[in-house]
Design a protein around this ligand. Sequence first.
Ligand SMILES: [Zn+2]
Length: 261
Amino acid sequence: MDRIKFIYWILVGLLLSFSTMSLVLGASETNHSWSYEGANNPERWGEISIEYETCSRGLFQSPIALASSNLIRDNGNIETHYQATPLVINNNGHTIQVNYQPGSYAMINGEKYELKQFHFHTPSEHTLNGQKSEMELHLVHQNEQGNIAVIGLFIKEGKPNPTLATIWENLSPREGIQEAKEQRIDASHFIDNHVTYFHYQGSLTTPPCSENVNWNVIQEPLEASRQQIEQFMNLYPMNARPIQEHNDRVVELIMINHSHK
Ligand SMILES: [Zn+2]
């Protein structure tokens, strides 16, 4: 009897960890039951499946409108410890995602979050002082308890971005995973030493819209060339969720001299 219980809990544990993993890595997102336009657009996500209910019922949803006048605090801290990783691209039908191998992490207010993947949206999902940028980059992290932290960066038109160049060169318009492991990319190139960032509690911006995501959106934008932005838009012309209700959440603007290696 005890043995059966034991096996049962092992199976439950495996199932839970697998579903969290696939949530973060987007491995289960091969179907197109949700979308950005048409019948299953973001206004309807909450009705598509009971698992997506939080998308319409949640009170801590993302993205939100950010403003430079947000409360300023100066004792927050982000340290990124990212290493180069072999290039593995997942064109998952919703975005272009680059999977990260274990060993790269961020310390966010002293807590360790492992970098799992990064991906792109166009236009930006968050707004800054009422404006959208051409694109937004999301670096998705997870801690040992399974909690998610995202570092977000606006991308505006400007100089060509060398890291994007490597990814775009190896990008196939076909959906699925593409490996170009002889190529290495390094997410630390996205993060500057002196930044201010907005911190708030929100959600995943795609179904199932799970809440309690620790959001850190950096105010200073990255640059990419018009051609690089258009290359992404040729595959995904619009993959941004609309702005969600603020619901009196505290949004802090944090100034740091952050370090990375
Ligand atoms: Zn995202």
